[in-house]
Ligand binder design. Structure first.
Ligand code: PLP
Length: 392
């Protein structure tokens, strides 16, 4: 007997690769297996041609130039390269970095690492809706600030920061601006010129690509941004990221972004409609809170906190029917409440009693209908059990 797997609503953790992406990759596992750095024969040229085409697609997607794209293993590596790379290249200019308390750990941990090396980091708080107070950000920039890092879209609560305004402030103050756009690429329009972004981290697997490939955009002019490499070796990627490139993964990344951009307008409409419907259903519950701004938000994201239920018990009761994350995203097995929900001012208990719904390309209306019913029913049962179990 095959067991029906739960409805997948965890598309901020990762997404199912689009079959078209898998098709595009296969020739580079089979006949075009060459090393793109082998410049002396056709095996190398074929592989390099695939890489070049993907690089063009990624560059175009964010209004950058091909030579400004450095392929990496994903957004974690891109964030590390950006943050540690700038720190190492500019430490004689200053040792102060500004970031936000709701960033992904792939930004927070490199910052904490740099603190141990003698850098000073300001972790800005956010407003109740998860958005940054722009004046607070502007005031936090000092003469010794070398880097500001603010994510484009949050992986837990889906809020989209005002990157254009933040970028303009950084530009005016002459500070390098990095944004982690792992959740944004292929979901919202990105333009490094319009947004005044100097460094942008990207990944394929949050938008129906494959895990293990991403990129860092590094501005090459107005101004030219210096980065110290963090991986040394054969000198690939202009010496900024050594290691043999993976043409299959890189080609799949290009195809991922090509498809996502082409389908973005209709897909966002569809996701927003499904997400709004889910919220409309769930908001029938008493004591349910929406986390994050409702307007400035990824169309496929819904994050709610539910009073009067135990978080782990809720997830356990749901997980045979729907696959979602609780208030501790990206740290499964780690019972600590999410630092993002804590930053919104929630208690530990309410933060843990949270659900993150991530809708994706393969999410259907029927699935959302069923998921809504399951959550409503489960919360009502858990609340009744709690009342029955409480001492009279
Ligand atoms: C998933 C994610 C990352 C990590 O990306 P990987 O490609 O898995 O290393 C970093 N930042 C954000 C916001 C993410 O959602």
């Amino acid at each position: 007997m095959t067991v029906k797997k739960p409805i997948y609503l965890d598309n901020h953790a990762t997404t199912k690769p689009d079959p078209r992406v898998v098709e595009a990759l296969l020739p580079y596992l089979k006949e075009y297996f060459g090393n793109p750095a082998s410049v002396g024969h056709i095996y190398g040229w074929e592989a390099e041609a695939g890489v070049k085409q993907a690089r063009q697609i990624i560059a175009q997607a964010i209004n950058a130039r091909e030579e400004e794209i450095i392929f990496t293993s994903g957004a974690t590596e891109a964030n590390n390269l950006a943050i540690k790379g700038v720190a190492e290249a500019y430490f004689q200019k200053g040792r102060h970095i500004v970031t936000v308390s709701t960033e992904h750990n792939a930004v927070l941990e490199p910052c904490q690492y740099l603190e141990k090396l003698g850098f000073e980091v300001t972790y800005l708080p956010v407003k109740k809706n998860g958005l940054l107070d722009i004046n607070l950000l502007a005031d936090s920039i000092r003469t010794d600030t070398i880097l500001v890092s603010v994510m484009t879209a949050n992986n837990e609560i889906g809020v989209i920061q005002d990157i254009e305004t933040i970028g303009a402030i950084c530009k005016e103050k002459g500070v390098i601006f990095h944004t982690d756009a792992a959740q944004a690429i292929g979901k919202i329009p990105l333009d490094v010129e319009k947004m005044n972004v100097d460094l942008m981290s990207l990944t394929a697997h949050k938008v129906h690509g494959i895990k293990g490939v991403g990129a860092l955009y590094i501005r090459s002019r107005n101004p030219r941004v210096k980065i110290a490499p963090q991986i040394h070796g054969g000198g690939q990627e202009r010496g900024l990221r050594s290691g043999t490139l993976s043409p299959p993964l890189i080609v799949s990344f290009g195809e991922t972004i090509k498809i996502a951009l082409k389908e973005m307008p209709q897909e966002n409409e569809r996701l927003r409609r499904l997400r709004d419907y889910l919220w409309q259903k769930l908001s029938q519950l008493d004591g349910i809170h929406l986390n994050g701004d409702f307007q400035q938000r990824l169309p496929g994201n819904l994050n709610v906190s539910i009073e009067g239920v135990n978080g782990p018990a809720l997830l356990l009761a749901l997980n045979s029917k729907i696959a979602v994350s609780s208030g501790a995203a990206c740290s499964s097995g780690n019972p600590k409440p999410s630092h993002v929900l804590k930053a919104l001012g929630h208690s530990d208990q309410l933060a843990k009693a949270s659900l993150r719904f991530g809708l994706g390309r393969f999410t259907t209306e029927a699935e959302i209908e069923e998921a809504a019913e399951v959550v409503l029913e489960t919360v009502r049962i858990l609340r009744r059990q709690k009342i029955a179990a409480s001492p009279q």
